[in-house]
Design a binder for this molecule. Structure first.
Ligand code: SF4
Length: 225
């Protein structure tokens, strides 16, 4: 299928989702450190649980690397307990922030923003506990870099809609979106957020196609409604 066809299809999906749900104002977080913290804590849990953990952290310290690293790991684990796997996540957070703080003579913000994408991504993926969804979330939402975030909602929706095959994996889906959309962090930011909204409200594991804004153009939805 010609590339332009995919681009048109993806643009039409975006326009329809945006018209239906409006702007999603992602990522919910005031600073880059807060966003990075959220990206790590949200692994395997709902955002509500993460929001409680972040509120606990904010109540005791500033969300910056040094004050966070000054919290003993056991205490950190208690503060983020609501996010689940809290001991593992406390170790992960500390390990990540120690690594981040060691980059570029401490100017990790410049490193995140300026390191070539493939290099930055590979370095993040080499950190213990950082998978592609977390790495891309940190780069896109924490550093405004042009990388598309894929998650379970995106894989599910894309296969049902007919964008790609059912067992498509993370990297393949990411490449699909990035190859067929204009290269824009703003667009990637909003598009991913809209897909998450779609996945949470309509394209659930048991899809609610009758209430879905994409049901007139979705391959699975047309059969269902
Ligand atoms: S129409 Fe149904 S299957 Fe298609 S995206 Fe919407 S909820 Fe998912």
């Amino acid at each position: 299928m010609p590339k332009v066809h995919h681009t048109k299809k993806l643009t039409a999906v975006y326009d329809r989702l945006y018209a239906h749900y409006g702007p999603q104002h992602w990522w919910p977080g005031d600073t880059d450190v807060e966003i990075i913290t959220g990206a790590i804590l949200t692994q395997n849990t709902s955002w509500g649980n993460v929001a409680k953990a972040i509120a606990n952290l904010k109540a005791v310290t500033a969300l910056e690397l040094e004050p966070l690293l000054a919290i003993p790991e056991e205490r950190l684990a208690e503060l983020i307990r609501s996010s689940g796997y809290y001991r593992q996540k406390a170790a992960r957070l500390r390990g990540f922030f120690l690594w981040l703080g060691s980059l570029n003579s401490g100017d990790w913000r410049a490193w995140l923003k300026k390191t070539p994408m493939n290099e930055a991504r590979a370095a993040l993926l080499a950190v213990h506990g950082i998978g592609p969804e977390t790495a891309d979330s940190i780069l896109l939402y924490g550093a405004d870099r042009k990388t598309f975030v894929i998650d379970k909602y995106t894989l599910r929706f894309g296969a049902r809609y007919g964008l790609y095959a059912e067992k498509t994996k993370y990297e393949e889906a990411r490449t699909y979106f990035m190859d067929h959309l204009p290269s824009s962090a703003k667009l990637y930011n909003e598009y991913h957020a809209l897909i998450v909204r779609l996945g949470a409200t309509a394209c659930k594991s048991k899809p609610l196609c009758a209430a879905c804004p994409l049901n007139q153009t979705c391959r699975a939805g047309k059969k269902a409604v």
